[in-house]
Design a protein around this ligand. Structure first.
Ligand code: GLC
Ligand code: CA
Length: 555
């Protein structure tokens, strides 16, 4: 059966940073609505909105205190309904973020659970330990222990994989599974077209009595992934959930965030016979080199180069293994990582070439807002701007190792997720047409990227993305099979084939002029980034240039 999402081209919108409509410095739903013509011109056919539910905003909306209402900063339920309606009118599908692993500590369930240890909501969360002794040494993704003392002073602790104000739900409890299904169906009934299942791989936890073995048996918390990621119960508990959704809403795209999933788990999560998800987003595509890392202080926020060989290996493996199973997700960035143009691409030509090689592979593109402009991470100059203890620790350690404060903060600015969530630049006015007041996330813009100027410049990254998206819609790039042609470090060349149609995508990964040989029949240019020269199968690519060449049809 054909589904709309087989050919989805998704644009990820971070609602707080896209467009402010009421000038409070925070992007909102009416702002997005105002920009529908832009989305339509870009050519995408779906948007994924990061969470817009009621939230104390400890983690910018991933801490939900009411799943059935819209956060007042974002707008109202009526605004959301209008947005869904207008996006649909424009032929754009709507995917909402669905935060199922945890709630906010302000959620009434959790409030009830800590007010009354006999509350039925106690078992909606994970309470363990006794006499103020933590059950184990597991560490949180956001630093420190996963265990936080029960505010009710029972001597127990509650479990949180992320911030301590984001307690994990207890999916072992059938009531929780039922309640979360109700939330999902509530939104699907409003007409949305897909759910991005946030951090779903973490809903099952191993036996809480086991500490993670460490070298010196210290009680220092360790991020014990194997104890809380991809356990078999994840599939067991989500299967009825996904089956039910597909039964009621067969056109609902189920897109799972599976950060640490390898390709075999991706097969498990997306093969039809398992009745789980349609596609998963893995973080495994991007392996970084540690050649440039200064060993005198922690590596976490030091800029690193992408390991292109590992990247190429990963891509081939994912393309091959998922062929006939499901569609890989294709992306270069999201709200949890530094922007493509800051993290990998040294200039706009390279950014375009990397986009070309990624998105014309087989799979579902997810383009992170602003990426289509060549937008970079914001520049922060104070450690406080990150609002993150791990950055504070990093900068301190770097300074202790002899770095200046400015250099250490700059490293974090280039690598941290928060500066990748900057306001969308629409024009060249103050605050770039995003708002008429200082945006919620204030940092210095590093680049010239802005919509109005790029719209008027045929050579802009924006115009490149429009052409690339149009090309992606062709059946050859949607359904054609895929194989990698070049295996060296300096180029990325693959072929797509569908029936008689064939094309080659050839990109240089080198800072020097590159020569490659391709079959002479590929001589019909469909798209290019930078400059190249083609002479009888001899392809010369200028630094970081790329080209898509189609096979000349017979006659
Ligand atoms: C996901 C989100 C991330 C969030 C976390 C907790 O990984 O992408 O932004 O912090 O889940 O909800
Ligand atoms: Ca606003």
């Amino acid at each position: 059966m054909k589904h709309w999402y087989d050919h989805a081209i998704i644009y990820q919108i971070y609602p707080k940073s896209f467009q402010d409509s009421n000038n409070d410095g925070i992007g909102d739903l009416n702002g997005i609505r105002k920009r529908i013509p832009y989305l339509k011109k870009l050519g995408i056919n779906a948007v994924w909105l990061n969470p817009v539910f009621v939230s104390p905003q400890v983690d910018n909306g991933y801490d939900v205190s009411n799943y059935f209402a819209i956060d007042s900063h974002m707008g109202t339920m009526q605004d959301m309904e209008n947005l869904i309606h207008d996006l649909h009118q424009a032929g754009i599908h709507v995917i909402m973020d669905f935060v199922l692993n945890h709630t906010s500590d302000q959620h009434p369930w959790f409030q009830d659970a800590i007010k009354d240890p006999n509350s039925i909501y106690r078992d909606y969360y994970i309470f363990a330990g006794h006499d103020n002794q933590r059950p184990n040494n597991w560490g949180s993704f956001f630093g420190g222990s996963v265990w936080q003392a029960d505010p009710a002073n029972t001597g127990q602790f509650y479990f949180h994989l992320f911030d301590k104000r984001m307690p994990d739900l207890n999916w072992k409890n059938p009531e929780v599974r039922h309640a979360m299904l109700e939330v999902a169906e509530y939104w699907l009934k409003k007409g949305i077209d897909g759910l991005r299942l946030d951090a779903f791989i973490h809903i099952a936890k191993a036996d809480l009595r086991q500490s993670y073995p460490t070298k010196n048996n210290s009680s220092k918390p360790v991020v014990a992934e194997p104890f809380f990621a991809n356990l078999p119960q994840v599939q067991e508990w989500l299967r009825p959930f996904c089956e039910r959704i597909k039964q009621d809403y067969p056109e609902c795209l189920l897109l799972g965030e599976a950060a640490s999933a390898n390709v075999n788990l991706a097969v498990d999560y997306t093969t039809k016979r398992n009745h789980l998800m349609d596609s998963v987003i893995t973080f495994r595509y991007f392996t970084e080199k540690d050649d440039d890392v200064n060993k005198d202080f922690p590596a976490n926020y030091q800029p690193k180069q992408l390991d292109m060989t590992a990247f190429k290996q990963n891509q081939t493996v994912w393309q091959q293994t998922l062929a006939g199973i499901s569609r890989p997700v294709l992306y270069w960035g999201n709200h949890d990582m530094a922007r493509l143009r800051t993290r990998v691409a040294k200039n706009n030509v390279e950014a375009e070439s990397l986009a070309m090689l990624m998105y014309l592979q087989r799979g579902i593109p997810i383009i992170y807002y602003g990426e289509e402009l060549g937008l970079q991470n914001l520049k922060f100059d104070k450690v406080e701007q990150f609002n993150d203890k791990t950055v504070k620790d990093f900068v301190q350690a770097a300074q202790d190792a002899g770095l200046s404060y400015e250099d250490a903060v700059e490293m974090a600015s280039q690598t941290h997720k928060l500066p990748a969530r900057g306001p969308m630049p629409w024009n060249n006015e103050q605050y770039h047409g995003f708002s008429s007041v200082t945006p919620w996330l204030d940092g210095e813009k590093r680049d010239q990227a802005c919509v109005v100027e790029e719209e008027n410049n045929l050579e802009s990254v924006l115009n490149f993305y429009k052409k690339m998206i149009a090309l992606k819609k062709e059946p050859l790039f949607q359904d054609g099979n895929y194989y990698m042609l070049a295996t060296d470090e300096k180029s990325y060349i693959y072929q797509r084939k569908l029936g008689d149609e064939e094309a080659i995508v050839a990109v240089s990964l080198s800072s020097e002029k590159e020569q490659v040989t391709i079959p002479t029949v590929f001589n019909n240019e469909l798209l290019k980034a930078g400059q190249y020269n083609l002479n009888n199968g001899n392809l010369t690519l200028m630094p970081y240039a790329g080209v898509v060449l189609k096979k000349q049809s017979k006659e």
